[in-house]
Design a protein around this ligand. Structure first.
Ligand code: SAH
Length: 239
């Protein structure tokens, strides 16, 4: 069975609820997919689960969707965070998309000394995550936390959350570290890696475990996906 087109909306969802689509969504439904009156689509808003709705074109360009029934309850997202150094556009977009597909609950951006970009465009990153959530069947979009200095984030790090510090200079095998129960966060450095002062500061954090992702130096985006994958496969929702 073909999966229904899915849209994220910032609107409450309940039986009989009418949702007016954003212009870009109405264009996608009416012009790109060529869906007409009564066509089925699925809506989600991050808190009410997934809802089956029917399309009602309005005027020349607009569209509303009328909620019919709940298709799926709200997911309980795996309690996994990704702490990613800011990366160049394109790479960080890819990380945001993959983090969403891999079930991350929260993406926190951190500024590090060797990062080349300081302030990524949050609206663009969020748009990538929304698109990924629509595509992969999630009923939530990861929370996106704007870039803060790594040291500030570490200073306020929650005491109960372990930090899988992916260290390109080596560490324990990541799988071994993940024998400890979570909650966990993954920390990935920038293209230029972490500098020695940062490494020392991270490792002085009692929640941090320095781990290796093997003998090859991975690009930051590859490292993020590799670390999240082994985490979901061991202690996360791939089990
Ligand atoms: N320019 C650096 C590499 C940075 S790789 C150098 O040449 O040494 C970017 C980030 O990906 C790193 O900071 C680390 O978080 C992660 N990473 C890459 N390869 C890794 C590996 N083999 N083990 C653990 N983390 C790795």
């Amino acid at each position: 069975m073909a999966t229904l087109p899915r849209l994220y909306v910032d609107h409450p969802l309940a039986t009989g609820q009418r949702v007016h689509l954003e212009p870009a969504q109405a264009h996608y439904i009416r012009t790109v997919l060529r869906l007409g009156c009564g066509a089925s689509i699925e809506l989600f808003n991050g808190c009410d689960g997934a809802w089956l709705g029917t399309v009602e074109p309005q005027g020349k360009r607009d569209a509303e969707v009328v909620c019919q029934q709940q298709n799926a309850p709200q997911e309980a997202a795996a309690d996994v965070w990704l702490l990613a150094a800011t990366l160049k556009r394109g790479r960080i977009d890819w990380v945001a998309e993959k983090a969403c597909e891999l079930g991350v609950a929260r993406l926190l951006l951190v500024q590090t000394r060797r990062a080349v970009v300081d302030r990524p465009n949050l609206a663009r990153l969020r748009a990538h995550m929304i698109e990924a959530a629509e595509q992969c069947g999630r009923t939530s979009v990861p929370e996106l936390v704007s870039a803060r200095a790594l040291f500030d984030v570490l200073a306020e790090w929650p005491s109960e959350r372990r930090l899988l510090f992916c260290d390109e200079t080596g560490g324990a095998p990541a799988l071994k570290a993940l024998r400890e129960r979570g909650p966990w966060a993954v920390l990935i450095g920038p293209e230029g890696g972490f500098d020695p002062i940062e490494r020392e500061r991270i490792l002085s954090c009692p929640q941090a475990v320095g781990v290796s992702l093997g003998p090859r130096i991975l690009r930051a985006d590859t490292a993020a996906v590799a670390a999240l994958s082994i985490m979901q496969a061991t202690i996360g929702d791939w089990n």
